[in-house]
Design a protein around this ligand. Structure first.
Ligand code: NAD
Length: 311
């Protein structure tokens, strides 16, 4: 069991999730938020979520709810929250100025070996770490929502991040049961959003171009491609769908090139296509049913995560 301390800065949705995941592996966690009521509220929410997870058999780790909750503390002082922490996960608003301010504050309170890691979804690490004294210890560990069930973490270094900080972050992520991937250099969108946006562009073209309804285009993923992608990625799918990758490319390169050549430009995401997609999505899941549907989604993702762990 871990004895290292983790500092969490920002106690919204992602900060709470990180706190629960770290505690599930036995780390001591201290949460700080600029808004003190957010910290007390986060602790209450975490306690009730841990209890629900335990009742539904989805609690991570081997420790009891009480033992996990006892590992999580709140603080209204960043200095106190970060003192002695070997790893700090920043989870504040996705705004460049806020990230810049918070990173320059955080570096004042950590020891020489501490890693300062951001949950940022879109801002590149070089944008908010360049002028820091400890910039070689900074990187991004980008989770996927909901992190408790979707274990992928993208590690994105800035050009000046030490290799040892990257390696240690990978080890820490593996120790808490997350699945790290490391970008060798920062690129806009990192890996997840680049791939996600490529999919969004094509589903948009298919609906806008009158080929599929919004509901049917989503089924292509949820009842088809997504099922195998839950276990293996597109490259392994190719390798298995022929006698290895070389044989797949010999068979299919021409048709891949033909279809890709037919894709057309990036959609503008405006006008009648946008109106049609909004109308179809609102009819399928009315806005007052979004929360209900999110819970439906999380229950299924939890069951899938459990299945993947148990297989
Ligand atoms: P959120 O709005 O739920 O929470 C942000 C928290 O940060 C709030 O509690 C706020 O009070 C606190 N905060 C703001 N300024 C602060 C400061 N200066 N010092 C300390 N605390 C401060 O946001 P979230 O959804 O938890 O997202 C946090 C980060 O995680 C963002 O960078 C976001 O891009 C990233 N992220 C979000 C998701 C997602 O689906 N929500 C997924 C992956 C990554």
């Amino acid at each position: 069991m871990e004895s290292q301390k983790i500092g969490i800065v920002g106690s919204g949705l992602i900060g709470r999730s990180w706190a629960m995941i770290f505690a599930s592996a036995g780390y001591s966690v201290t949460i700080f938020d600029i808004e003190p009521s957010q910290v007390s509220n986060a602790l209450k929410l975490i306690k009730s979520q841990l209890e629900e997870l335990s009742e539904s058999g989805m609690l991570r780790g081997t420790l009891s709810v009480e033992a996990q909750f006892a590992l999580i503390k709140g603080s209204n002082s960043m200095e106190e929250a970060l003192a002695g922490a070997s790893f700090v996960q920043e989870c504040v608003f996705e705004k460049l100025e806020v990230k810049q301010k918070v990173f320059s504050e955080m570096e004042q309170y950590v020891g020489d070996d501490a890693i300062l890691s951001s949950s940022s979804s879109c801002i590149m690490p070089s944008q908010f770490t360049e002028n820091l004294k400890r910039r070689n210890q900074c990187l991004i560990s980008h989770p996927i929502n909901p992190p408790y069930y979707a274990p992928l973490v993208e590690i994105i270094p800035a050009p000046w991040t030490d290799q040892s900080a990257i390696d240690r972050t990978r080890t820490i992520m593996e120790s808490i049961g997350q699945v790290p991937v490391t970008l060798k250099k920062e690129v806009p969108g990192f890996a997840v959003n680049r791939i996600q946006y490529a999919i969004i562009a094509e589903v948009w073209r298919l609906v806008e171009g009158g080929v599929l309804s919004a509901d049917d285009v989503d089924k292509v993923m949820s009842a088809g491609l997504g099922l195998r992608y839950a276990f293996l990625g597109p490259l392994e799918v190719m390798h298995l769908n022929a006698e290895g990758m070389q044989s797949y490319m010999e068979r299919y390169t021409q048709s891949i090139e033909h279809v890709l050549g037919n894709f057309g430009p990036t959609p503008t995401f405006t006008g009648s296509g946008l109106e049609q997609i909004i109308k179809e999505m609102d009819a399928k899941i009315p806005l007052d049913k979004l929360e209900e549907r999110r819970q439906w989604r999380d229950t299924r993702l939890a069951a899938l995560a459990k299945l993947k762990r148990d297989l």
